[in-house]
Write a protein that binds this ligand. Structure first.
Ligand code: IPM
Ligand code: MN
Length: 356
C-alpha cells in the first residue's frame, strides 16, 4: 500500500470547514486507489497566535519538512488585524512559503461549462477559459529589502535576481509545453528597472523552449485584456504582487473565488491552498464553498505526489457535482438543482470519487 504523509494546516475563519471536506475527499481517493494518507496537523496564522503567541511556530516549520505535501485552508481575520506586522497571520503565511522554498505558485483559472452563467462577464467571453497563472511567490516586493514604516514615510523594495527570474520562467515554459504552448510574461518594463531585467531574462530563457510562443505584456494592459478577452491567454508568468492581483481578477472569470485552487511548488514539499481567504464573515455557517480546497487537494496529488489518475478523478467528481446541479450558496443563483452546505458538497464529491 502506498503511504503518504500529508501536512494539514486548517487555519482560521472558514479554513477548518473547507479543509475537513478536502480530507473527506482524500479519504475517498485513498479507498479507491489503495493509498494510505497519514495526516499531521500544524498551526499557522491566527490559530497559531492564539495557541503559541506567534503566527508561524517552530513546530510548524519543522513539521512541514517531514511530510510529502501540505494542504492548507486559509488564515487571518479581524481578531488579529491590529497586531504588529511581524505578528500578523499573513506574515506567518509568507514566512512559511519562504521557508518551504515554494517559489512557483500555480493558479489555474478555469471556467466550468456548467457555470458560464455565474461569471459577471458574458458567457461567450468566458466559455472555455483555461488560464494558468504562474506567480513568483518568494521574492519581489513582498520580501524585498530595505523596507520600513514610519508615520511620515514608508517604503518597500521590488527586487528580483536573475536566478529567481530564470527558475520561475522555466516552470512557466515547462507547463506551457504541456498546454497550448503560449506564455505571456507580465511586467511593467516601461517604468521599472526590475521589470526590465525580468523581461530580458524571460526572453533569454525562452530560447531553450523554441516550441513555446512568448509574448510580453504590461501589467495594466494585462488586467484590461483579462476582462476584455480572457481566452487569448494560456500561461501567464509574472512576479509576486502582479500575480497576486491578476490571479484574483482571473478567478472572477469563473464566477466565484470559491472555486479556484493553487499549488505552490519548486521545492521538495509543496503547499496546496485555495486562492481565496478565510472569509471570517461566513465562518461557521456551513455555507463556504469547499471546491477550491478540494481542487487544491487534486493539485497536491498531481504536482506533489505524481498521482495523476487520482487527481483527475477528483476533477471529474467536481465537474459531475456541478453538472448535476449541486451548488453552494456562492453559486446558488446559477442553474442550481439543489443548494447544499459545505459538508454536503464535500460528501457528494467524496461519493462521486468512488464512481466517476
Ligand atoms: C494570496 C493572499 C496572500 C498573498 C496574503 C494572505 C498574504 O492574498 O495567497 O493571494 O498576498 O499572497
Ligand atoms: Mn491574494
Amino acid at each position: 500500500m502506498k503511504q503518504y504523509k500529508i501536512g494539514i494546516i486548517k487555519g482560521d475563519g472558514i479554513g477548518p470547514e473547507i479543509v475537513d471536506e478536502a480530507i473527506n475527499v482524500l479519504d475517498a481517493v485513498a479507498a479507491r486507489f489503495g493509498f494510505n494518507f497519514e495526516y499531521h496537523e500544524f498551526l499557522l496564522g491566527g490559530a497559531a497566535i492564539d495557541e503559541t503567541g506567534v503566527p508561524l511556530p517552530e513546530e510548524t516549520l519543522k513539521g512541514v519538512q517531514k511530510v510529502d505535501a501540505v494542504l492548507f485552508g486559509a488564515i487571518g481575520g479581524p481578531k488579529w488585524d491590529n497586531l504588529e506586522r511581524h505578528l500578523r497571520p499573513e506574515t506567518g503565511l509568507l514566512g512559511l512559503r519562504k521557508a518551504m522554498g515554494t517559489f512557483a505558485n500555480l493558479r489555474p483559472a478555469i471556467v466550468y461549462d456548467e457555470l458560464v452563467n455565474a461569471s459577471t462577464l458574458k458567457p461567450e467571453v468566458v466559455k472555455g477559459v483555461d488560464i494558468m497563472v504562474v506567480r513568483e511567490l518568494t521574492g519581489g516586493i513582498y520580501f524585498g529589502k530595505p523596507r520600513e514604516y514610519t508615520p511620515n514615510k514608508a517604503y518597500n523594495t521590488m527586487v528580483y535576481t536573475k536566478e529567481e527570474i530564470e527558475r520561475i520562467a522555466k516552470v512557466a515554459f515547462e507547463i506551457a509545453q504541456k498546454r497550448s504552448k503560449r506564455v505571456t510574461s507580465v511586467d511593467k518594463a516601461n517604468v521599472l528597472e526590475v521589470s526590465q531585467l525580468w523581461r530580458e531574462v524571460v526572453e533569454e530563457v525562452s530560447k531553450d523552449y523554441p516550441d513555446v510562443e512568448l509574448t510580453h505584456m504590461y501589467v495594466d494592459n494585462a488586467a484590461m485584456q483579462l476582462i476584455r478577452d480572457p481566452k487569448q491567454f494560456d500561461v501567464i508568468v509574472t512576479g509576486n504582487i502582479f500575480g497576486d492581483i491578476l490571479s484574483d481578477a482571473a478567478s472572477m472569470l469563473s464566477g466565484s473565488i470559491g472555486l479556484l485552487p493553487s499549488a505552490s511548488i519548486g521545492s521538495k514539499v509543496g503547499l496546496y491552498e485555495p486562492i481565496h481567504g478565510s472569509a471570517p464573515d461566513i465562518a461557521g455557517q456551513g455555507i463556504a464553498n469547499p471546491i477550491a480546497t478540494i481542487a487544491s487537494a487534486a493539485m497536491m496529488l498531481k504536482y506533489g505526489l505524481n498521482e495523476i489518475e487520482a487527481a483527475d478523478t477528483i476533477d471529474r467528481a467536481i465537474k459531475k457535482v456541478l453538472a448535476d446541479g449541486y451548488r453552494t450558496k456562492d453559486i446558488a443563483a446559477f442553474d442550481a438543482k439543489e443548494v447544499v452546505s459545505t459538508t454536503e458538497m464535500g460528501s457528494i464529491i467524496a461519493n462521486y470519487v468512488a464512481k466517476v
